[in-house]
Design a protein around this ligand. Structure first.
Ligand SMILES: [Zn+2]
Length: 390
């Protein structure tokens, strides 16, 4: 049972304080969102990300961080500090231009404070500290309802809980809450408090899915010239079923007709839970077919149902690849029809599985266009390099 003067809360507070201090210093050093080119109505600093002159555009995918797990025990906050270390290592080694948080940023079913954004904020802190812009999508754990541990109802009872208020460092049981933080609240908090965040609370007609939006990667010399479009989808889970809805499919079709009607510009897709097509191409333990990866340890855990998104993606020639998280024991990329289906790499110490942690990295070249990827591990090693489009 945790002791009131003992470490979980202290560790949590200390991590937050350290990250804020570092972020204050480094924000001034590096490029940030404020330097993005001003453009027309369709090219705003929020939805347009210009490439840097003379260098490829590099993206790090941070998947399944699962912050806030078992916060009532010592090891929960320690796991979160380890996840911060993994992210910092990847950011130091790769120096990416952009980061994508690919869902399951937090484990909401373990979080007993009013505002789970406190944990979300810790997860984005290493990226913010380096002044790197980012975007995020939701996974199935980000707004999952609190799950009461059965042992709390046994003789040992509920542990002595210390729930910090989100805006102060004071501990206080009065701030404990088991009602959870909604997707809308989490996204609102991320976007309102972070100028570097390019995430968007998507159109209201797509609710309850929230993280639906498109970002344009533009040429370093002309912010109107698109190099690639990146589409972000909420694949559900948590407070509602794991699915990409018909409404989201329609939204996608409207969006690409608007921004890329002739499919001339390459397009890349990001969401959290693999679609059923991943199961079709999943390599067996003996044969890895044309797949590139290093861990093939699980069956694909797919979305519960499909409402047509894959059909649209398959038929659209500009779609180069789909990137998902969710399965912590898979990190492969497999060819599927004319595109690639890829897993990220489990980045967080939270969540199931003890496979060593890392992050998938993407590299986009403008002239001629190419999309490359590899995995950077927490010990600095690199593997599974693959050319996804050229
Ligand atoms: Zn996960």
């Amino acid at each position: 049972m945790p002791n009131s003067s003992n470490s979980p809360l202290r560790l949590l507070q200390w991590t937050v304080i350290c990250l804020f201090v570092v972020s204050g210093v480094q924000l001034k050093i590096r490029r940030n969102a404020q330097t993005f080119a001003q453009g027309s109505e369709t090219t705003t600093p929020e939805n347009n990300i210009p490439m840097r002159q003379g260098s490829p555009f590099k993206i790090a995918l941070f998947a399944d961080l699962h912050f806030g797990e078992d916060a009532w025990m010592n090891w929960g906050p320690i796991q979160d500090m380890n996840s911060v270390k993994v992210m910092s290592t990847v950011l130091d080694k790769e120096d990416p231009d952009f980061v994508i948080y690919l869902g399951d940023v937090i484990t909401a079913n373990n979080i007993m404070i009013k505002n789970a954004s406190l944990y979300w904020d810790q997860a984005v802190s290493p990226t913010r500290a380096k002044g790197i812009p980012w975007a995020s999508v939701f996974g199935n754990h980000d707004d999952a309802p609190f799950e009461w541990p059965m042992e709390w109802f046994s003789a040992t009872g509920i542990p002595q809980l210390h729930c910090p208020a989100p805006t102060t460092s004071d501990a206080g049981g009065e701030d404990c809450s088991f009602r959870g933080t909604t997707r809308l609240e989490l996204m609102k908090s991320e976007t309102e408090h972070n100028t570097l965040s390019h995430s968007v609370n998507g159109p209201q007609n797509l609710w309850p899915s929230v993280s639906n939006y498109v970002l344009k990667l533009s040429s370093s010399s002309d912010s109107e010239a698109a190099v690639a479009y990146m589409y972000f989808f909420d694949s559900g889970g948590g407070s509602y079923p794991e699915v990409i809805s018909s409404a989201q499919v329609k939204w996608f079709q409207q969006k690409y007709s608007e921004v890329n009607p002739d499919a001339r510009v390459p397009e890349i897709i990001f969401w959290h839970i693999p679609s059923k097509a991943y199961k079709k191409v999943a390599p067996s333990f003996v044969a890895h077919n044309h797949c590139i990866g290093s861990i093939f340890m699980e069956d694909v855990a797919t979305q519960e149902a499909e409402m047509g998104i894959m059909k649209v993606l398959e038929e659209r020639p500009s779609i180069k690849a789909v990137f998902v998280g969710h399965n912590h024991g898979l990190d492969w990329c497999c060819p599927y029809k004319k595109l690639w289906l890829c897993f990220a790499r489990h980045t967080g110490y939270g969540g199931y599985g003890n496979w060593s942690r890392g992050a998938r990295v993407l590299e986009i070249n403008q002239q001629p266009f190419s999309l490359k990827s590899w995995i950077r591990m927490e010990d600095g090693k690199v593997h599974s390099e693959v050319l996804l489009s050229s």
